[in-house]
Write a protein that binds this ligand. Structure first.
Ligand SMILES: [Zn+2]
Length: 139
């Protein structure tokens, strides 16, 4: 967990916003930024965001619910949200741990995620939920 990123203190209630400001979230981050990571699945490799996790009750939408658009693919389990005006990914309900949201660390107010070093990359190509039948080739 990280309590500061690039000298910016992570608040227990930290605001996050999309680029245009239509969508504003309040994240509960009592432990700071937990488990920041990248992922190489077909979606994440395109959007390139560094993601961290909060419990489902750890995100409150302060503004712009009507701007949030839902994107789903593959098994249609995960729910990926982005601002329909500026296109920025804000958060998603995870497929591997549905009791958590992942959120875009870059949306945290004041935080420059590019100052983070040694961000691990998750193996999103071989998703845990796809591993039950090892005889099947991965997609
Ligand atoms: Zn926006």
């Amino acid at each position: 967990m990280l309590k500061t990123i690039g000298g910016v203190e992570i608040q227990a209630k930290h605001r996050a916003s999309c680029h245009c400001g239509s969508v504003v979230l309040e994240l509960s981050l009592p432990d700071g930024v937990v488990n920041p990571r990248r992922c190489d699945c077909s979606l994440c490799r395109r959007r390139g965001a560094i993601v961290a996790s909060v419990p489902l009750d750890g995100i409150r939408i302060l503004k712009g619910q009507e701007y949030l658009k839902l994107y789903q693919f593959n098994t249609f389990t995960a729910k990926h949200y982005f601002c329909s005006h500026c296109g920025i990914y804000t958060h998603h309900q995870r497929r591997s741990t549905p009791h958590e949201y992942g959120y875009n660390v870059a949306c945290l107010e004041g935080v420059n995620p590019l100052t983070l070093e040694h961000v691990p990359t998750y193996d999103g190509v071989h998703h845990p939920a796809d591993r039950q039948d090892a005889s099947q080739p991965h997609q």
